[in-house]
Design a protein around this ligand. Structure first.
Ligand SMILES: O=C(CO)COP(=O)(O)O
Ligand SMILES: O=C[C@H](O)COP(=O)(O)O
Ligand SMILES: [Zn+2]
Ligand SMILES: [Zn+2]
Length: 358
């Protein structure tokens, strides 16, 4: 019995997203979510998932989606972020099945000011559903964590029925993620707001459950985006158990982990923090900063090692008339970045115990 006995290869949607996360929860593992900014980055993550025999989550941030469409496009009305998200989704939909792995296609943090981006993606999901009976994305995140809890919940409840109708999962955030996100600097936020309270989780769980079971909560336990010097971040994944216990008591349920939880700021985290988070019901962990650096490493080393072959189109240490096309073809040096990124992805699959689960 494995993941492929539960959901098929390719982009999963509707009930399959629930089945996949439920399978993770029952079998005590989580799936890494990698931020992708180009087809090359997405392919590196899918290749790594195939080799690790793991499902994978690919996500676009608002800025990453705009990059996918091209930085040369205007984005004053989120038009590039919408077009880029659609382009990324179509690319992944076209190739995911060939990798033989289930892929959850997701969009990352959407703050209040970015709601036009969310609206555009949801319209694209609905249009695709009308044509093909399935949405474009598996899942989207709403991040109103900077607003009041009431406004946060109300905004999610406004979108949730529309999403449930076409089989799109919702991830919401409560408690702020520190560091930087979409250009918003949360480096100096009040420490208490980095840690979510169990009563807040119950408020969300209770109201969302009346609409659909297809949602997850990114509850803050000291999470920070980015990688900083050791000691800067105090992650407390033990707190997540309190959420599960509280909700279980309210529900009078015997389900050990009633809430699907999401771990933001996975880069730079210690193995034991990840293990504790997964034990406490985390089914998705986001990794961006570490894979960004890993993608650079291969390209950086290639350029530094091959410098004498890259300064002109013709002429290298082997002769003044030797051509360098074999070195400066982007398929050669970009590929080196894909390989080093895939290695970092493999570590995430192993840390989260999703490796070998297919
Ligand atoms: O949470 C993230 C994206 O939403 C990723 O965080 P890191 O860049 O710290 O891995
Ligand atoms: O929000 C966290 C992710 O790392 C996305 O980052 P980004 O907005 O720089 O693409
Ligand atoms: Zn946030
Ligand atoms: Zn995040």
């Amino acid at each position: 019995m494995g993941v492929l006995d539960v959901v098929p290869a390719g982009v999963v949607d509707g009930k399959d997203v629930y089945k996949l996360f439920d399978y993770c929860r029952e079998n005590h593992f989580a799936i890494p979510a990698f931020n992708v900014t180009s087809s090359s980055v997405a392919n590196a993550a899918m290749e790594a998932a195939r080799d690790a025999k793991s499902p994978v989550i690919l996500q676009v941030s608002q800025g990453g989606a705009a990059f996918f469409a091209g930085k040369g496009l205007a984005n004053d009305k989120q038009q590039a972020s919408i077009a880029g998200a659609v382009a990324a989704a179509n690319h992944v939909r076209a190739v995911a099945e060939s990798y033989g792995i289930p892929v959850v296609l997701h969009s990352d943090h959407c703050a209040k000011k970015l709601l036009p981006w969310f609206d555009g993606m949801l319209e694209a999901d609905e249009a695709n559903f009308a044509k093909e009976g399935k949405p474009l994305f598996s899942s989207h995140m709403l991040d109103l964590s900077e607003e009041t809890k009431e406004e946060n919940i109300e905004t999610c409840l406004k979108y949730l029925p529309r999403m449930a109708k076409i089989g799109v999962w919702l991830e919401m955030e409560i408690g702020i993620t520190g560091g930087e996100e979409d250009g918003v600097n949360n480096e100096n936020v009040d420490n208490a707001s980095l840690y979510t309270q169990p009563e807040d989780i119950w408020d969300i769980y209770r109201q969302f459950s009346e609409v659909t079971p297809n949602f997850s909560i990114a509850a803050g336990f000291g999470n920070v985006h980015g990688v900083y010097k050791p000691g800067n971040v105090s992650l407390q994944p033990d707190l997540l158990r309190k959420h599960q216990d509280y909700v279980r008591e309210q529900l009078k349920s015997d389900k050990e982990l009633p809430v699907f939880l999401v771990f933001h700021g996975g880069s730079g985290s210690e193995k034991h923090e990840i293990t504790t988070a997964v034990k406490n019901g985390v089914v998705k962990m986001n990794v961006d900063t570490d894979t960004q650096f890993a993608y650079l490493e291969g390209i950086r080393d290639f350029v530094l090692n091959k410098k004498d072959y890259l300064m002109s189109q013709v002429g290298n240490p082997e002769g003044a008339d030797k051509p360098n096309k074999k070195q400066y073809d982007p398929r050669v040096w970009v590929r080196e970045g894909e390989k080093t990124m895939s290695k970092r992805c493999k570590i995430a699959f192993e840390d989260l115990l999703s490796a070998g689960q297919l």
